[in-house]
Design a protein around this ligand. Structure first.
Ligand code: UTP
Length: 291
């Protein structure tokens, strides 16, 4: 049973400056809800009971967000805003959330290593704090289902255009059942000549404690960071790893264009203004096409 999630959220978010100068990118709102709250909700919807957020310098707002704010709740109650007060108090009780601070930004692999004590000898899910999904079955739940079949490390992947593979960790392997690949190679941000694959790691992983000794061994790679992909490549020499093309769509909120797409897609799902917003979008498109 997978009951623990680790959410790395310590990164600088340089692709989203200046918005991320004094606030965590994981707190960037999609309409009215911070990105990381969608991630936490996905964990809860997948049966996760315990969440460790890897936080760091300048990330206090994340801790405050998942704490109770009794003063705000009181003021809202006084104003008669009972529903809003209840929804605000629920955020503070969403799950059993813990925090640990990454002392230096030595990469995703280093961030995950901070979870070693907390996860102990259990398998756990890693969910990037800046990546959300639109899926009927939560992507984390899909991965847990695959883990329950194979009992080995599972990586969520998606197909990306070949000319963009140098932006991702790329996985290659042999298909063993529908959407499931037995991995034979992982490369971080490869050149096109290094791989024929277009399967990119997509922000969700099921890891086992076997990853920790690999993270200890791996040498810093690009930008002197400990890359999770490199540790997984080392692990592959000892045991099987599976990749799963998840059903749904992924949004990397730390990327500006994806952030805009996410906002539009999510707005179109909001009953209270979806039809007005759609009319607005149509008028914008019509205007743009006239030009
Ligand atoms: P990214 O590489 O997207 O994050 O890491 P970044 O470094 O903040 O982004 P840019 O490139 O500067 O814009 C994916 C996830 O891993 C976390 C980030 O917070 C993000 O949620 N991360 C990354 C850490 O927790 N620690 C790190 O050292 C690096």
């Amino acid at each position: 049973m997978i009951k623990k999630a680790v959410i790395p959220a310590a990164g600088l978010g340089t692709r989203f400056l200046p918005a991320t100068k004094a606030q965590p990118k994981e707190m960037l709102p999609i309409i009215d809800t911070p990105t990381i709250q969608y991630v936490v909700q996905e964990a809860i919807d997948s049966g996760i009971e315990d969440i460790l957020i890897i936080s760091g310098k300048g990330k206090r707002a994340i801790e405050d967000h998942f704490d109770r704010n009794t003063e705000l709740e009181y003021i809202l109650e006084q104003k008669g805003e009972h529903d809003l007060a209840t929804s605000i108090s629920r955020i503070g009780e969403m799950a059993n959330i813990h925090f640990i601070r990454q002392k230096q930004l030595n990469g995703l692999g280093d961030a995950i290593y901070y979870a070693k004590q907390h996860t102990g000898d259990e398998p756990f899910v890693v969910m990037l704090g800046d990546t959300i999904n639109d899926a009927i079955i939560p992507v984390t739940q899909q991965l847990i289902d695959i883990y329950n079949q194979y009992r080995q490390t599972v990586i969520a992947v998606e197909r990306v255009p070949r000319d963009k593979i140098d932006m991702y960790g790329i996985v290659s392997g042999n298909e063993v059942s529908e959407r499931v690949y037995k991995v034979n190679q992982l490369i971080e941000k490869p050149r096109p000549a290094q791989t024929k694959s277009d399967l990119a790691v997509a922000g969700r992983y099921i890891l086992t404690p076997a990853i920790y000794p690999m993270l200890e061994k791996v040498k810093p790679g690009k930008n002197k960071e400990i890359q999770l992909t490199d540790a997984l490549q080392l692990l592959l020499q000892r045991e099987s790893i599976f990749a799963y093309i998840f059903e749904g769509r992924r949004f990397d909120v730390g990327n500006k264009l994806d952030y805009l797409r996410t906002t539009v897609e999510m707005a179109l799902k909001r009953e209270e203004f979806s039809s007005q917003f759609l009319d607005f979008l149509k008028s914008v498109v019509a205007q743009a096409e006239k030009k």
